[in-house]
Design a protein around this ligand. Structure first.
Ligand SMILES: C[S@@+](CC[C@H](N)C(=O)[O-])C[C@H]1O[C@@H](n2cnc3c(N)ncnc32)[C@H](O)[C@@H]1O
Length: 245
């Protein structure tokens, strides 16, 4: 196997300068970079010479989602076994809804050394890019980050939406564009006030960033009115209504 190894690198939400220095170093030292479309993949030449490096855009692997992850795992192992330093560049943080641990497990199963460089997660940085702090003294003493990729009531969902409505603090929803109406309705049905402030930030930390304010009740209509698409993060809670938010 030689010196082959894999480094999972959290790339942050968009702009390349939100990469960590450790992440940038891992990318500079890599022979092969497997990159997702979210994060700074298109801006690698801002901070390094790409000559001699192989860049593989794994967001374009031509298979269904499930198979694609298996294919990514296989590519990581294959390149590392050939003695290459492999960097796996992911959006945000590798372990926040990033399937990073599946890649760690694949490397471990194959006996390939693997390390992880954390990244700036969109669940905190994208609200901040829209002027929304996920906590604020005297306003929110907790924040809950939840995946909205499955709607409330879906038997496969691991989220307790009723409990979420009661837990207080800030709710940050990622991957929740398609299910925004079902999510807002479930939270209101579970007694979260419809007037609760909400904010949505699309394409955070990119030149295409858009930010909107709303209430929980109006959030789904706002998505329709403004044609909000992925990637977007929405924040539900008093912090979204702060004066300078
Ligand atoms: C598969 S998850 C990956 C999250 C990532 N691991 C992280 O820590 O940010 C992708 C979701 O993150 C959110 N996201 C990531 N980058 C974003 C950005 N620049 N602007 C808005 N939302 C973003 C969106 O909700 C998107 O659907």
């Amino acid at each position: 196997m030689g010196s082959g190894r894999v480094t999972l690198v959290g790339g942050g939400p968009g702009d390349w300068d939100l990469l960590t220095l450790r992440g940038a170093r891992a990318l500079q030292e890599a022979d092969v970079i497997l990159a997702d479309h979210l994060g700074p993949a298109a801006q690698l030449d801002n901070f390094m010479d790409l000559t001699g490096k192989e860049i593989i855009d794994v967001s374009k692997l031509p298979y269904g989602k499930q198979v694609a992850q298996e294919r990514i795992n296989a590519l990581l192992v294959e390149h590392a076994r050939a003695g290459r330093a492999v960097a796996r560049l992911k959006g945000g943080d590798p372990f926040v809804f990033g399937r990073g641990y599946e890649e760690v497990e694949a490397c471990a199963a194959a006996g390939v050394p693997c390390s992880v460089v954390p990244g700036v997660t969109s669940s905190v940085s994208v609200p901040a890019a829209g002027g929304v702090p996920v906590t604020q003294r005297g306003v929110a003493h907790s924040f809950t980050v939840v995946s909205g990729h499955l709607p409330p009531g879906d038997a496969r969902s691991l989220v307790d939406w009723d409990a979420l409505a009661r837990v207080g603090g800030t709710i940050v929803v990622i991957m929740g564009v398609r299910n925004v109406r079902a999510i807002a309705e479930a939270l209101i049905d579970a007694a979260l006030p419809p007037t609760t402030p909400a904010a949505v930030i699309q394409n955070g930390e990119t030149p295409a960033q858009r930010t909107f304010r709303s209430t929980l009740a109006d959030l789904p209509d706002l998505f329709e009115r403004e044609s909000v698409g992925s990637p977007a993060v929405y924040v539900i809670g008093e912090v979204a209504g702060l004066a300078h938010a």
